[in-house]
Design a protein around this ligand. Sequence first.
Ligand code: FEO
Length: 160
Amino acid sequence: MQISKAMSDLMNAQIGNELGASNQYLQLSAYFDGQALKKLAELFKKQAEEEREHAMKFFDHLNEVGAPVNIPAIAAPKYDVASAEEAFKMAVDWEKEVTRQIYAMVDLSITEKDYASQNFLQWFVAEQVEEVSSMENYLAVVQRAGEKNLLMLEAYFSHQ
Ligand code: FEO
């Protein structure tokens, strides 16, 4: 094994975090689908697929470095969503939490002089900048439009 047990534990936990995010975004997609807001439903469905790809990056990396893969239990997503604003707020909070999780791994890789993990994690550092930024922008647009103008949002998101 080319990485420490502490690092492989965090990376395994991250597989669960990313799959949990994927399920949560799929759940949000269903919420928007139920409101007949197809573009917003598509946006979260696509986001759910991306989160699954993130989980797979950790999965493949653990295999590549010969570390054990132990996929953790994944909590059920939150089912009750009251509004589009709440959905996007959840997404912003989630992306900020994932950023903290990635930074914790980067911190560990620096402490352990684990340059291979540092290199692998840099992709996620850049990705989180983009994900937090885009979710914050979407939230701002949703707040500006207001819940009464969700159809305008559909038009907005059809151009994204
Ligand atoms: Fe995989 Fe959106 O963080």
